[in-house]
Design a protein. Structure first.
Length: 340
């Protein structure tokens, strides 16, 4: 056999082996999908239209159940969040919506590495605008009027638990298109004085109803602060220390947040609290587990948040006054928005 013939035989053998390996992987993947679709007790999901208005009170969220609709925006009746799901076909890593406007943070799969983008959606989940996101998506919020959208991404590290991370928080005016790619361009006032530092980070934006003010977390020199932002003056002012991932109540009087508590493990350091903005009095909530999420107000009395579950994450609800206790409302779900 000539050298050329040997090379040809070797090349053909490698192609056959590659084909066998690919077929095996696809077969295993198909079996896994069929197994997960048939797993007893899993959510019932069907494809169908999902809208951000006009469909009655709904909860729209990222579906985490394995199968053909994993990661899709999915809708259920708000009164039955563990009930049958309608999957939209639109995939998001993080999501929020209000007043017919949605923001969807997506992965864009490339040949070498993934990139990320933020997509502003209309009430029918059609794309209105796209923006590059500089790292792994983490938080997303839309203002009560639907005019503003915000998102946070990790640009170094991938967890708020440690100290080796950096974030970018962006805000866009969905009406005018004015885009602020980083809140680090805003003027910072700390303890009544202008403040500048190279290590300033922002995350977890939550909007007031006036289309002007917002709250967020500022981190610098090993401390975190709740800040109140002003979109007109492009200023943020510190309010209180040790506040992360704030969420403003519908009535605008309280902030739900996660607080680092001394003595807890370094990888699970948080407990949920509610801060009264008028008195700055904190109320611990009746959740003993560490919650790494930006809790969402379902109404003025109830908070919803995610915790790790069998499919990645489950949603829980808890009273905002510190009474009662947590209850799981939906398995295999994350990033909810409650739509009237």
């Amino acid at each position: 056999m000539t050298l050329r013939s040997r090379i040809l035989v070797l090349a053909l053998s490698l192609l056959v082996l590659a084909g066998v390996a690919t077929a095996s992987v696809l077969h295993a993947s198909d079996r896994a999908d069929r197994r997960d679709r048939a797993r007893p007790g899993g959510p019932r999901i069907t494809a169908g239209p999902v809208a951000l208005t006009g469909a009655g009170a709904r909860m729209v969220f990222r579906n985490m159940a394995w199968g053909p609709h994993r990661d899709e925006l999915t809708s259920v009746r708000a009164a039955d969040p563990s009930g049958p799901r309608t999957a939209s076909g639109v995939k998001c890593l993080r999501f929020h919506a209000a007043a017919g406007t949605g923001v969807c943070l997506q992965a864009v799969h490339g040949p070498v590495q993934d990139t990320y983008r933020a997509v502003v959606l209309d009430a029918g989940l059609h794309v209105r605008a796209r923006y590059d996101v500089p790292g792994i998506p983490s938080r997303a919020r839309v203002s009560p009027s639907g005019r503003f959208a915000a998102w946070t991404a990790f640009v170094g590290g991938d967890s708020y638990a440690g100290t080796d991370f950096s974030t970018r928080a962006a805000i866009v005016d969905t009406r005018t298109g004015r885009f602020t790619p980083s809140l680090e361009t805003f003027r910072v006032v700390r303890n009544g004085r202008p403040y500048r530092a190279a290590d300033v980070n922002f995350w977890g934006v939550t909007f007031a109803a006036d289309d002007r003010h917002f709250y967020a977390t500022l981190a610098t020199r090993g401390k975190t602060y709740l800040v109140r932002g002003d979109l007109r003056t492009r200023t943020v002012t510190t309010v209180r220390t040790n506040v992360e991932c704030p969420s403003l109540s519908p009535d605008g009087t309280r902030i739900a947040f996660k607080k680092r508590v001394a003595g807890l493990p370094a990888d699970a350091p948080w407990r949920l609290y509610v801060l009264d903005l008028a008195t700055l009095r904190e109320t611990p909530l009746a959740e003993s587990r560490s919650v790494d999420d930006q809790a969402l107000w379902r109404d003025d009395h109830t908070l919803v948040y995610s915790l790790p579950g069998d499919y990645g994450a489950d949603l829980y609800a808890i009273p905002s006054d510190g009474a009662g206790g947590p209850r799981r409302i939906s398995a295999a779900a994350v990033s909810p928005a409650f739509l009237p």
